[in-house]
Design a protein. Structure first.
Length: 373
């Protein structure tokens, strides 16, 4: 499969350097400052709105990923936001949630127009709203949109009928079942995926529907899947088969559940001290085998310290970079604004290289670090 590369070459004037030189730049369409990039891809959003996805900070963490990667492993891949936005010859995406892996694989292997027609049949069968076709105003004029509830009233009965049908399926991993699961996510509360211990989808109806934004994310995801060499693997990071995959990788990105935070993805199996230490031990083993890695995590939150992580970082031989992004802006209303989550990216000493000295000088001035030339 061909590597993804979608860049524009622009004329860029580096600060304090008199001459104009050509530099490769990508417009990420994100509010954060533009960054310089080489051999990069244009970022796409995942069709799965996974809690804690890294889309808004991709431009911060991607610059610490090496550019000479044959096999890239996205451990704890979630919605595949990172894995489907990196440039590598082979991308392996790992998660222990069988429904998430199955849905990602199902969507990636689908033909967009065929999938869209199947979703439209479900909309008609369960009498759900379809703002991508009719527009949001169509439902507002009929009195179904009021206050802060969005399309919840219109979709109430149809959503719960769809959820009941899905939960009755003996095999929830068939193509048709996965179509229904995608629709439950899109029409469900907060566009999340959550199951109870009986493998029943248990989120209530939400405010949104299959809108133009969701269709765009689906199409972009399917297009990207056709351009890259990828593989989805379901398993726990402690499984022997997963460890074997990791040890053969050139680079591993790990975005585990954050021990000192709470989210839908780890409600039923809370990540604790023991699991955190097991992951850190695995990363140490990868380092011993000279496998490069990057770990996203939170060291502190509102006075709570991730003690295993903090102790591991202090051992040395790794780099810890602060990430300038908060997943909730409301935290700034607190009296102590510095009590927010301290999110970091931890790498095992990989230094980014640049194609020419001018790029290195630019980043040294802009970011405050001196990359290897």
């Amino acid at each position: 499969m061909e590597k993804v590369s979608n860049m524009q070459t622009k004329l860029f004037k580096f600060p304090s350097i008199g001459d104009q030189i050509h530099a490769t730049m990508v417009d990420w369409s994100i509010k954060e400052n533009e960054r310089l990039g080489e051999d990069s891809v244009e970022y796409i959003k995942s069709p799965i709105n996974y809690t804690g996805n890294k889309f808004r900070i991709l431009n911060q963490i991607d610059k610490y990923f090496p550019r000479d990667v044959d096999v890239f492993v996205d451990l704890f891949c979630g919605g595949a936001t990172v894995g489907f936005n990196v440039n590598a010859k082979k991308i392996i995406l790992v998660d222990n949630n069988i429904f998430v892996i199955a849905l990602l694989k199902h969507l990636a292997s689908s033909d967009y127009l065929t999938l869209k027609r199947r979703l439209e049949l479900l909309i008609a069968e369960y009498n759900l709203s379809y703002s991508a076709k009719h527009g949001y105003g169509y439902y507002r004029e009929q009195g179904y949109v009021s206050g802060n509830n969005g399309l919840k009233e219109f979709n109430h009965d149809g959503f719960y009928n769809l959820r009941a049908t899905f939960n009755r399926q003996k095999d929830k991993l068939t193509g048709h079942s996965l179509d229904m699961l995608y629709m439950l996510m899109v029409y469900g509360f907060n566009n999340d995926i959550r199951f109870n211990r009986n493998d029943e989808f248990n989120l209530p109806v939400g405010k949104t529907d299959l809108n133009k934004n969701n269709l765009q994310k689906l199409e972009q995801y399917i297009v990207r899947a056709k351009k890259i060499d990828y593989e989805f693997v379901c398993g726990d990071f402690r499984d022997k088969k997963i460890k074997k995959v990791l040890l053969k990788a050139d680079f591993v990105y790990a975005d585990p559940p954050y021990m000192i935070t709470n989210a839908v993805y780890n409600e039923s199996n809370k990540w604790g001290n023991q699991t955190e230490r097991e992951l850190l031990s695995l990363l140490q083993e990868l380092d011993n085998h000279k496998v490069r890695f990057a770990l996203s995590n939170v060291i502190s939150k509102e006075g709570i310290i991730n003690e295993p992580l903090e102790a591991w970082v202090k051992l040395g031989n790794i780099k810890c970079e602060s990430i300038n992004y908060h997943y909730r802006s409301s935290s700034y209303n607190k009296k102590n604004r510095w009590a927010n989550e301290k999110e970091v990216l931890i790498t095992n000493g990989h230094k980014r290289t640049f194609e020419n000295p001018e790029q290195a000088i630019y980043w040294k001035q802009k970011e405050g670090f001196a990359p290897s030339i």
